[in-house]
Design a protein around this ligand. Sequence first.
Ligand code: FES
Length: 191
Amino acid sequence: MNSKTFHQETINKILAADNEISDEVNVRSASAPFQAEFPYERDSEAQVTRREFCNFLFLTSSALFLGAAGFAGKSAYDARSPKTFTPAKIDGAMTIEPGSALNFAYPSEEDTAILIRGTDGTYAAFGQKCTHLSCPVYYSQANDRLECPCHNGGFSSKTGEVLCPPPRPLDRIELRRSMVRFCSQKRGAWQ
Ligand code: FES
């Protein structure tokens, strides 16, 4: 009997059992002769599936591990390699009056910064983002300090040191004759 006949017998047996629910049991019993001609082990087939699943898990977790290691390595590298900031001119710096301030952008056009000329005529410049939750700070001439309107933060207008609440000093910008250089006090060193 060829496989086509077996196949037809199988179909006939399944169709004949119209009063039964067609499930795996009656399909398996009906297809037994067909299996004899083309034997395969369902258990070993399931094992292959498990093995494939394990391989998939292994490959996926390996890929995740390698990805995480790559990100960690890049972060460590970035933290260790010093950033360079291009010196830039602050337009109008020489014309501001003592006891006033001037906004400018540094180190990029998206980073707002503030130049202060104290009442004694000295200059200082800082990143304008409050170190608490990044609200912009402003210069208070009355108190001669930088103040944050969001949670009443206060910083020294000379050094950027914290006078009240925020966790760390403002990022300081080094001033030179007609040039500026950025310093993050977060890292504790001029850059
Ligand atoms: S954001 Fe400046 S004190 Fe909170």
